[in-house]
Design a protein. Structure first.
Length: 270
């Protein structure tokens, strides 16, 4: 097996490796959108990422065994560190039995390039059912940072009752949402999460978010006092491209003040 710079001649084969894995995932989780089953879109993505920052491919007996491309970020997740990030569609290998061998070889070469670029953070997104890839990357020293959970947008299986008031937020609540969001950020920095401190959004940013037609936030209140929120993003979803679709709503913020936890506020909002 040879590790070579990615050649455009292998675009179609690379796209097929990824879409085969996505088709497998959708058989068990049909709520995952089918947008990235479009081979033209996936190949276009791979072409852009490999042209921008370089990419690698593993070739064995003249056939593509795997590939990898990456974006470079000067301030990865606000941590003050330069990072290399491999999106979910920017890597795949041909066979589960071979995953560890192929990924080790690709990462060995990529890691040297990333280090030369000054990248202190290395990250990639995996399809949730790809246990062979997960094991291969964990054994290379990677850990789990973010999980995107997916469920149908239907009623919850059981109603959740709370003594708190639940209502949709309006622009008049922007200042209260900003105050809760500041606590939300401090919560992530504390044990056991230890996330690099993200920036809380101010009232103006919350007003702009709520002004978009498919975005919303809902509040839990004790009397007139907001004590928790969930943020629902339709227009400003910042997750993986795989879950970006008009049929999806992303929850990218949820927080309840400590004194009000256990009173089913978040479940009641949802």
């Amino acid at each position: 097996m040879e590790i070579l710079p990615f050649y455009p001649d292998y675009l179609a084969a690379a796209g097929q490796l990824f879409t085969a894995g996505l088709a497998r995932l959708r058989r068990s989780v049909p709520e995952v959108p089918a947008t990235l089953l479009d081979s033209e879109r996936v190949c276009g993505n791979i072409a852009r990422i490999t042209a921008a920052n370089g990419g690698l491919m593993a070739v064995e007996h003249g056939e593509l065994a795997g590939y990898m491309g990456w974006w470079l970020a000067e301030d990865f997740r606000g941590a003050g560190r330069k990072g290399a990030y491999v999106p979910e569609w920017a890597h795949a290998v041909r066979a589960e039995a071979d995953a560890a061998r192929i990924y080790r070889a690709l990462y060995r070469e990529a890691a040297g390039r990333w280090a030369a670029e000054g990248c202190e953070v290395h990250a990639l997104t995996l399809l949730a059912d790809d246990r062979a890839a997960e094991r291969a990357w964990f054994w290379n020293g990677f850990g789990l940072l973010v999980v995107d959970g997916v469920r149908p947008t239907g009623p919850l299986e059981a109603a959740s009752r709370t003594d708190l008031t639940i209502r949709q937020a309006t622009a008049a609540d922007a200042r209260a949402l900003a105050a809760l969001d500041a606590e939300h950020v401090r919560h992530y920095v504390a044990p056991p999460v230890f996330m690099a401190p993200p920036a809380a959004e101010d009232a103006a940013a919350w007003e702009a978010f709520l002004a978009r037609p498919r975005n919303s936030a809902w509040l839990a209140l004790d009397g007139d006092a907001p004590v928790g929120f969930i943020r629902f993003a339709g227009c400003d979803y910042d997750g993986v491209e795989l879950l970006s679709a008009d049929t999806m709503i992303g929850i990218n913020g949820a927080y309840v003040r400590p004194g009000y936890r256990g009173r089913h506020a978040a479940a009641a909002i949802l």
